[in-house]
Design a protein around this ligand. Structure first.
Ligand SMILES: [Zn+2]
Length: 113
């Protein structure tokens, strides 16, 4: 399950950061996850619950912010919401569109003490 390795990577990153800030506990991690990031949200939540966690992270809460995908037309520059990787421009019908938002998975912020 690749969601578990994603979560493990996130936890490693946060832990390194927490240690370098002399934190003793991490309370919350806020993630921005695009609907086209290629992850199953259910599997991601399951992985968050079940990933092995260190002392620092044992009570951490995850807050997932879903990001609606936005595509941009390269011909007329029109930006529109989409639910797929390849969609044609609703304005000029061009197929030259690219996803500019909604395929990311990133740590937005986290709270620690
Ligand atoms: Zn267009």
């Amino acid at each position: 399950m690749h969601e578990l390795s994603i979560v493990t990577n996130i936890l490693d990153t946060i832990e390194e950061n927490a240690i370098s800030h002399n934190a003793t506990i991490v309370h919350e991690i806020e993630l921005e996850v695009g609907e086209l990031a290629g992850v199953e949200f259910d599997a991601l939540e399951f992985a968050m619950e079940h990933a092995p966690k260190s002392e620092l992270l044992k009570n951490v809460k995850f807050n997932i912010l879903k990001v609606k995908p936005i595509a941009k037309c390269q011909i007329c520059q029109f930006e529109f919401e989409t639910s797929e990787y390849a969609s044609d421009c609703p304005k000029c019908k061009s197929f030259k569109t690219e996803i500019i938002k909604g395929n990311e998975l990133k740590i937005k912020s986290f709270k620690m003490d």
